[in-house]
Ligand binder design. Structure first.
Ligand SMILES: [Zn+2]
Length: 220
């Protein structure tokens, strides 16, 4: 994508991820590490090298922060061509900014449930607020834990990656971990006729709108 769209999506990502904003740069570096070290000791988030879901996420968070704050310098192969917008990431990662998003979410819940009493809202829905504060980590926990633990495998990737669902409506295609580890550069995470990756049509649409251009890849 062009530098304009890159900046646009940095900001767009921040708006939608809000309180649990993930730096695209740090995320990309961690993701490449995950592919290189899948399900080994050096994998930033393997369910097979950690006691439980929470220790896995805690380890991920620590590595993420080290990469984000340049406390460790990852190998060149993990940072190659990864864009960085340092001033914006500093702002979006700021705790005051994160908490402000949380306050906004809470005010919206209070307004929708208790003040406007919108149809379909119930008291118990306040219990969803913590998930809303932590959308990113919740998503990461589901993908990284389930995607390397539960499901079936189309390919032997010498790791424990699995396809968890046939139609991944839950994580929009990210639960096709087994396919994705075999064909990491392929944009459609579905590999067999009965599998559906709902994000792929969105990517195609972005290309039609000339927002992105798909690279022609040999191994896709
Ligand atoms: Zn994976």
């Amino acid at each position: 994508m062009s530098p304009f769209w890159e900046k646009f999506f940095y900001i767009f990502t921040w708006i939608w991820q809000g309180s649990s904003y993930l730096s695209p740069r740090a995320y990309a570096v961690l993701h490449r590490m995950h592919h290189a070290y899948s399900d080994t000791e050096d994998d930033p988030h393997s369910p097979h090298h950690t006691e439980n879901l929470f220790t896995m996420m805690w380890k991920t968070k620590n590595i993420y922060n080290e990469v984000l704050k340049h406390q460790v310098e990852p190998e060149a192969r993990f940072t190659k061509d990864v864009p960085e917008w340092e001033s914006f990431e500093k702002f979006a990662d700021n705790n005051f900014v994160r908490v402000s998003w949380g306050v906004l979410y809470s005010l919206f819940y209070i307004w929708a449930i208790s003040i406007a009493e919108l149809p379909g809202t119930h008291w118990w829905m306040y219990a969803l607020l913590p998930i809303h504060y932590l959308m990113g980590p919740v998503h990461g926990a589901i993908v990284n834990w389930c995607g390397h633990k539960y499901g079936y495998a189309n390919f032997d990737n010498h790791d424990k990656s699995k396809n968890t669902l046939l139609f991944d409506f839950l994580m929009l295609g990210e639960l096709f971990q087994n396919n994705h580890h075999k064909l990491p550069k392929r944009l459609d995470f579905a590999a067999r006729w009965f599998e559906i990756d709902p994000t792929y049509p969105v990517i195609r649409m972005l290309e039609k709108l000339k927002i992105i251009r798909m690279a022609k890849l040999k191994n896709a």
